[in-house]
Design a protein around this ligand. Structure first.
Ligand SMILES: [Zn+2]
Length: 343
């Protein structure tokens, strides 16, 4: 069996499930995992193709705890599953990524949304028993099919959030370089280049609306970010101070916003904090109507300041600009005011 990763992005690619599985020599029992909504929309097509190559077992995922992912893994072992086919959003894919990794089973992943770079990353974000999210190392999906028509049918806000998560590579890379210059981290040139490419491919696109071609490019960018992470075995190439700020919001803020919007806001705020120009990023987000005004996101001044000041607590080994720059309340108040007025 071919062990290399297989990636397909394009229109109507949902019809390639059967030939993808058979090209990898997969047969026997196949676990198909989805959720009620996506299954109702696209399940019939996928099930039919799985049944042509093997015997289907089905499971609906409705939560994303570590315990639950382990239970899927143990059932997959107990019932001799040869392959997992996961279709859905982040929760379903993360549960299956982890279960596939635990059981050393090939995973065909079919994302139905593109809200973040988790679609191809070797990291699963699952909840602990106390409800807090935990990032767990696993493997990239061995097969990934992105049907651009399905993505275009998903809520537009989720696509915009995917744009935000890719844009955050901008400050992630600055933070990484900074950490290396301070002897707090090591550089990996391949991973750096891959993350930079993910960003450039998106920033330099000639499209200015969310059309099928743009979704294809965004898909490529998100996958490149995933590959960057797999080179270093961590999220370092795509996650810096802006992600620490977003993690702090997840932890402390009542209001829940999409990850991609929080990290895009963090990117612009951090650029201001380190006195770097923000125009490229702001203009790009405006072009696609990605609004990350903190007031609109219902992040008040106190929450913004508290989360910036406590961001470095979120991840002990992630050295960033936030560890060294002036994060005084007065300065953050000024920056919050600018963000509210300018975004
Ligand atoms: Zn992210």
């Amino acid at each position: 069996m071919n062990e290399s990763n297989l990636l397909k992005i394009g229109s109507q690619y949902i019809d390639l499930v059967g030939e993808t599985l058979s090209s990898r020599g997969i047969s026997g029992k196949i676990l198909y995992v989805s959720g009620p909504t996506v299954d109702r929309l696209y399940g019939k097509k996928v099930r039919r193709q799985i049944e042509e190559v093997g015997v289907i077992k089905e499971e609906y995922v409705d939560h994303n705890t570590i315990d639950y992912a382990m239970s899927v893994a143990s059932r997959a072992i107990a019932t001799d599953i040869n392959c997992i086919v996961a279709m859905g959003g982040g929760k379903i894919l993360d549960v299956c990524k982890y279960a596939a990794y635990m059981t050393k089973t090939p995973l065909l992943s079919i994302p139905t949304t593109m809200a973040n770079d988790g679609i191809a990353s070797p990291i699963a974000v699952l909840k602990r028993r106390d409800g807090k999210p935990r990032s767990l190392g696993c493997a990239m999906p061995s097969m990934l099919i992105i049907d651009t028509d399905i993505i275009l049918d998903s809520p537009i806000e989720l696509i915009k959030a995917g744009i935000g998560d890719t844009i955050s590579n901008y400050t992630s890379l600055l933070d990484w370089e900074f950490a290396v210059s301070k002897n707090k981290d090591e550089m990996n040139g391949y991973a750096y280049l891959m993350s930079k490419n993910a960003l450039n491919v998106l920033m330099n696109t000639r499209f200015d609306t969310i059309c099928a071609e743009f979704v294809n490019i965004l898909g490529n960018s998100l996958v490149l970010s995933g590959i960057a992470m797999s080179f270093v075995g961590s999220s370092r190439p795509v996650s810096g101070s802006e992600h620490l700020f977003s993690h702090a919001l997840d932890y402390y803020s009542e209001k829940k916003n999409l990850h991609g919007f929080q990290v895009a806001l963090g990117t612009i705020a951090v650029l201001k904090l380190i006195n770097m120009p923000q125009d490229d990023v702001v203009n790009y987000l405006n072009k696609f109507d990605v609004n990350v005004n903190p007031q609109k996101m219902e992040i008040d001044e106190d929450t913004f300041i508290f989360c910036m000041q406590n961001a470095t607590e979120m991840r002990k080994n992630r050295y960033t600009y936030l560890h060294e720059i002036d994060l005084s309340t007065d300065r953050l108040k000024k920056i919050y005011k600018q963000l509210v007025e300018e975004l």
